[in-house]
Ligand binder design. Structure first.
Ligand code: HEC
Ligand code: HEC
Length: 333
């Protein structure tokens, strides 16, 4: 009896240990929910992310082009900026962006902080200036008090603005996708077709570039290895940053997390559907022509990468004051 109990306890212990360490050894790792260390800074960053007063028009916020109700993107080929200007490149998702080696398609910003100052002053995006953004925020008593509470001292500058926005963006990680549950040992999390798709994704070579926890985001690679990519878009990728010929048409490999939500695809937004994107990837990056069945399998797998979307309480933005500069929605620039 005693032995039996010991054996049972041993077996239970084993089961617990297995459940804990059952993570499969795969080229893709599960996403880990972020630990929020500075909730007040995150909350301030969330307000700034949703605040259209950071734009010249008073109408465009970060969320306009990185809509957190739509996978952190705008689902447009290229974004609409100040005065309805046409953006030059597809807007990538902000979900899981904190996991990337660098920001932007060409990696010209080292991290989220360096990135966040860009759109505010970009004439075809929010079309403001850092000085103007600081002036606007400093005229809003609610922000003055909140910046002081978060940073411990009076004063609003671009460093603090971008630090708060980045702290918020770091929370935009999407764990607990069905694929993650499978990676963690839950055999029932994926169906047959999805598993077949993952097999193809691995064995045909997609994982050479799309790997790690973000299923991408960790290297720059040539778009068009076996065949060149034809596009009317003027972007030349990493070359613009390094000045090296060899980097021509190298782009940051996008994360495939939540890719079901972030259509259309590629830096020029020319692939309207996932099927089209997968077909192009097979042909251009692997020299392989997939059958419709194979494409369907891979797409089925890709859709299992949709994770738990951030659930946010809508931030309530502090009201402007009598001295807040008037927005200029109809001034062209
Ligand atoms: C008018 C649309 C627009 C607005 C507004 C906008 N963005 Fe973007 N965002 C883009 C586009 C387009 C890109 C890609 C640009 C590139 O790679 O050259 C981008 C890239 C990014 C990236 C890099 C993602 C990656 O994977 O490389 C982050 C992070 C980001 N934006 C955050 C923000 C934040 C924070 C704000 C507000 C301060 C903001 N964006 C405002 C359109 C916009
Ligand atoms: C040699 C590296 C490489 C390989 C191999 C590769 N990709 Fe890509 N993938 C990229 C790059 C780089 C981009 C961005 C290209 C661009 O936008 O111009 C991309 C973009 C994508 C996109 C669009 C994502 C978005 O948000 O726009 C999908 C989907 C995709 N790849 C799936 C796949 C699949 C499926 C395979 C295997 C059949 C594959 N990739 C193989 C490098 C690679």
């Amino acid at each position: 009896m005693k032995t039996r109990k010991t054996v049972m306890m041993f077996a239970l212990g084993m089961a617990a240990a297995t459940a804990f360490s059952a993570q499969r050894d795969e080229p893709i790792q599960p996403l880990v929910a972020p630990v929020v260390k500075e909730p007040a800074k995150v909350e301030l960053g969330k307000k700034l992310f949703f605040d259209p007063r950071l734009s010249r028009s008073g109408a465009i916020s970060c969320n306009s082009c990185h809509n957190l109700a739509m996978g952190g993107s705008d689902n447009l080929k290229s974004s609409i900026g100040h005065s309805w200007q046409e953006g030059s490149i597809n807007s990538p998702t902000v979900l899981n962006a904190s996991l990337s080696i660098a920001q932007f398609w060409d990696g010209r910003a080292a991290d989220l902080r360096a990135q966040a100052g860009g759109p505010i002053a970009n004439p075809v995006e929010m079309a403001s200036t850092h000085e103007k953004a600081i002036e606007v925020l400093s005229s809003i008593p609610g922000y003055v008090a909140e910046f002081k509470a978060v940073f411990g001292r009076d004063g609003i500058d671009i460093g603090r603005i971008t630090e708060a926005i980045a702290a918020f963006e770091e929370t935009l990680v999407t764990p607990d996708s069905r694929f993650d549950r499978w990676l963690q040992g839950d055999d029932s999390a994926l169906g047959k077709r999805e598993l077949a798709g993952y097999d193809l994704f691995k064995n045909s070579g997609c994982v050479a570039c799309h790997n790690g926890a973000a299923v991408g985001g960790n290297s720059f690679q040539k778009m068009g290895l076996f065949e060149s990519y034809k596009t009317a878009n003027a972007a030349t990728g990493r070359e613009g940053v390094t000045g090296k010929d060899a980097d021509r048409f190298n782009f940051k490999v996008p994360t495939l997390r939540n890719v079901e939500l972030t259509y259309p695809y590629f830096h020029d937004g020319e692939a309207a559907t996932l099927e089209q994107a997968v077909e192009t990837m097979g042909r251009l990056q692997l020299g392989r022509k997939f059958s419709a069945q194979e494409i369907g399998d891979i797409v089925a797998f890709l859709k299992t990468l949709t994770g738990k979307q951030p659930t946010l309480d809508l931030p309530h933005l502090p009201p402007s004051s009598n001295s807040t500069p008037t927005p200029q929605p109809f001034v062209k620039k």
